[in-house]
Write a protein that binds this ligand. Structure first.
Ligand SMILES: CC(C)(COP(=O)(O)OP(=O)(O)OC[C@H]1O[C@@H](n2cnc3c(N)ncnc32)[C@H](O)[C@@H]1OP(=O)(O)O)[C@@H](O)C(=O)NCCC(=O)NCCS
Length: 386
């Protein structure tokens, strides 16, 4: 049963952009409204996913700030923050608001303007999504957190850097087919393996997601109204959210995120589907190892087999389950607050058959997975072509 329906999507290009935060939001929101064939006056509520505007653009009160710029006069405007999962949490709030019966048409935007700071400034801001006292104060920034995960995964399953590199190569290649992707650079396994720019051993620059600016938007509406707006409706049929242990060291295992498992279980049960039913997925590959672990936590592959599947090409376009056809956080880019909404935009384009050169054939069911911090927050949404 549909919880809500997507009738409009839009996105800016992701990258190092000249546009201001507001210009990004207005661009993505206008595209989504135009795609839905409605105007700001038709919107009942607005949710904004944003992680750290107060640090990146020195601006707070961002939902009202951007609602006013979009022309959403009088509309309830709410900002949602959950680290890198901020965008998908905003989508979830919109789903719940529609399902409650309170609102008919809701605009969701995810946006972040990160490149106003240099890499070390961005790293410090991102680290605020960790336990500052117990982790960051000891040098444990996000690349270091996921380096621990990678090291443990390699030790536990005998995986090598080739398995990680296969994810980077795949996602770079996918991004080459996405005109809105930040990174347009084809890479080979050999180039990744010979990269001298180590960020946190064993993760090199090629294992990390990008620091990007960007905004994405969706218009959701009550399922019974969707066909009055468009024929090619995509329904949201499952949503799961879970929280996990906040600090990476508080987890029993380093090679699995309980919040992902729980959110997935809730979403699959609600949608009444199994992992095997998913045709295309946009996963949270903030680091290459994160995509591998997610493919296992979501039930696509058995523990220890996610890296092998990536190396065998089973997760690339044309493979048995294409993962991150957009290029993912790794190569499409990761403007933190925008990411979860952007994942939804990609899946909707795939299910409508509008993904151009990166189209997954006959995709009917799509999944998004968005992780906040080191697994403190996770959301999984399931989309289905009507
Ligand atoms: C990997 C990282 C440290 C690189 O930063 P940097 O060393 O300052 O890199 P620069 O911005 O100076 O770019 C240098 C070159 O590397 C490339 N590059 C930068 N980041 C890259 C990445 N992640 N993957 C591939 N290439 C990358 C740039 O395009 C540039 O290429 P060019 O010389 O051909 O123009 C940075 O992107 C990073 O911190 N990423 C992780 C962000 C993160 O933690 N997100 C949250 C996850 S939970």
């Amino acid at each position: 049963m549909a919880l809500a329906s997507v009738i409009g999507v839009g996105s800016t290009r992701y990258g190092v952009l000249d546009s201001s935060f507001l210009e990004l939001v207005i661009d993505a929101a206008s595209q989504a409204l135009r795609d839905a064939g409605i105007g700001p006056e038709d919107i009942d509520a607005y949710y904004l996913g944003n992680f750290a505007g107060e640090n990146f653009i020195n601006q707070n009160h961002l939902a009202a700030y951007s609602a006013s710029a979009i022309g959403l006069n009088g509309v309830p405007a709410t900002r949602v923050e959950g680290a890198c999962a901020s965008g998908s949490l905003a989508v979830r709030e919109a789903i719940l608001a529609i399902k409650s019966g309170l609102y008919k048409r809701v605009l969701v935007v995810g946006a972040e303007k990160m490149t106003s700071l240099d890499t070390s400034g961005v790293t410090s801001v991102l680290a605020k999504a960790s336990n500052w006292e117990a982790e960051v104060g000891h040098g444990l920034t996000f690349p270091a957190v996921f380096a621990f995960v990678a090291r443990r995964y390699m030790h536990q399953y005998g995986a090598t850097r080739e398995h990680l590199a296969a994810v980077a190569v795949k996602n770079h290649n996918h991004a080459m087919l996405n005109p809105k992707a930040h990174m347009q650079k084809k890479i080979t396994l050999e180039e990744v393996l010979s990269c001298q720019h180590m960020v946190a051993e064993p993760l090199s620059r090629y294992d990390c997601s990008l620091i990007s600016d960007g905004a994405s938007a969706m218009v959701l509406c009550a399922p019974e109204l969707a066909e009055t707006h468009r024929k090619d409706v995509v329904d949201i049929v499952g949503t799961g959210q879970a929280s996990g242990r906040f600090e990476i060291f508080a987890n029993e295992l380093l090679t699995s995120f309980p919040a992902t498992r729980l959110a997935a279980k809730r979403a699959y049960t609600m949608a009444n589907i199994k992992p095997d039913d998913v045709d295309v997925a946009e996963l949270h590959d903030c680091f290459t190892i994160a995509e591998i672990v997610a493919t296992e936590d979501l039930g696509f592959f058995k523990p220890g087999e996610g890296g092998i599947a990536a190396l065998e090409g089973r997760t690339r376009l044309g493979g048995e389950l294409p993962i991150n056809p957009s290029g993912g956080l790794k190569a499409k880019g990761h403007p933190v607050g925008s990411t979860g909404v952007g994942q939804g935009v990609e899946v909707v384009c795939q299910l409508r058959g509008e993904a151009g050169l990166r189209q997954v054939k006959n995709a009917e069911i799509g999944l998004t997975h968005n992780l906040g911090g080191a697994g403190g927050t996770c959301t999984v949404h399931i989309y289905k072509r009507r």
